[in-house]
Unconditional design. Structure first.
Lengths: 182, 182
DNA sequence: GTCTATACTCAGATAGAC
DNA sequence: GTCTATCTGAGTATAGAC
């Protein structure tokens, strides 16, 4: 895999997460990589193909980071807070979740991209569920709680994009602290 | 206010909520209203001005609908479920929250639009807080819980856009049912 | 294998027609 | 007061140069 190709993917992901789907145009990407927009088509057959590939890379990278942050922390609370910290890091970098950006423009996704986004959310929800399976005294069925937790994390990151105070992820941190005893 | 102007605003809001910010181009709006793209500029000085106006209209409309749905329901639980039903209706119509769509593209907002979006979220959070002030036995400080509830509603609506199963808002319904006793 | 010239469509915006 | 012809630049994509 060529350097240029990887560089283009990195640039595209950054643009989408900092701005939105439309911000990752072939023209912009080419300019940042020092080639013409039309040259980007050599590396990716189409825009749709690039977008689908970005989601799969994002998923792999996200869960690799999550695993690393969880290394050595066994307790449910520590793991949920590690996940929250990953979202917090995104927020501090001014980046939204890639899959949230895709979801907001879901009409223009190919079936391939849509499936990849669905899989990311599904895998993350399952990750949360597995963590909750080791926790006790929960106020809700674990499947339900996993859905609510995932929703609140994605929502908080989105809401805080227009709000400099950035308090929503912190509220979720307090919730997790109360929710899981250990 | 002319009919054409109102029609254009209606079309723009629908496009943004069904698709995304970019889908409300002057060209598309003009075509749908039977005039040229350039004619839309007679009704709105600029795209930014239109976008800012849409948010303010959305806020007014949203809270009017919310008030109507809460008519006659005094209990905190009934009111929170009325809010959830409003989100559920959006989901069933294939529409996202207008302010979520704006948030996902926050980089391209004018200060005016951004402030309007912030105000929408802030007002909704305060509405939730006032409802919670009448509830008892809550597991978290009310300010925190209001932030988590708002985040989860926005996140659920977003996630379910790529997911035909649409289970996330339903999970929040279960949560509200357990959370508030009456 | 890597990149560009070029084409075509669509974006926002202005100046001016009726 | 209402609308359009037209400008300029950005978007994806193809055919072909090196």
């Amino acid at each position: 895999m060529s350097d240029t190709r990887n560089q283009l993917k990195q640039l595209a992901t950054d643009q989408i997460r900092r701005e939105n789907l439309a911000a990752a145009s072939f023209r912009e990407l080419g300019k940042a990589a020092g080639i013409k927009a039309s040259s980007v088509f050599y590396h990716f057959q189409s825009r749709e193909q690039l977008l689908a590939e970005l989601v799969r890379d994002y998923e792999a990278d996200f869960f690799a980071q999550l695993a690393e942050r969880c290394h050595g922390s066994d307790s449910p609370k520590q793991r949920l807070l590690a996940l929250l910290d990953l979202f917090k890091q995104s927020q501090q970098q001014g980046k939204q979740c890639l899959c949230a950006a895709y979801g907001a423009s879901s009409h223009e996704l190919s079936d391939d991209s849509r499936a990849a986004v669905q899989q990311f959310f599904s895998r993350l929800e399952n990750w949360i569920l597995e963590v909750l399976n080791k926790a006790s005294l929960l106020p809700l069925p674990r499947e339900t709680l996993a859905k609510v937790l995932l929703s609140s994390l994605e929502g908080a990151l989105l809401i805080d994009r227009t709000n400099i105070e950035n308090q929503h992820l912190d509220a979720i941190r307090q919730w997790i602290n109360k929710l899981v005893s250990v």
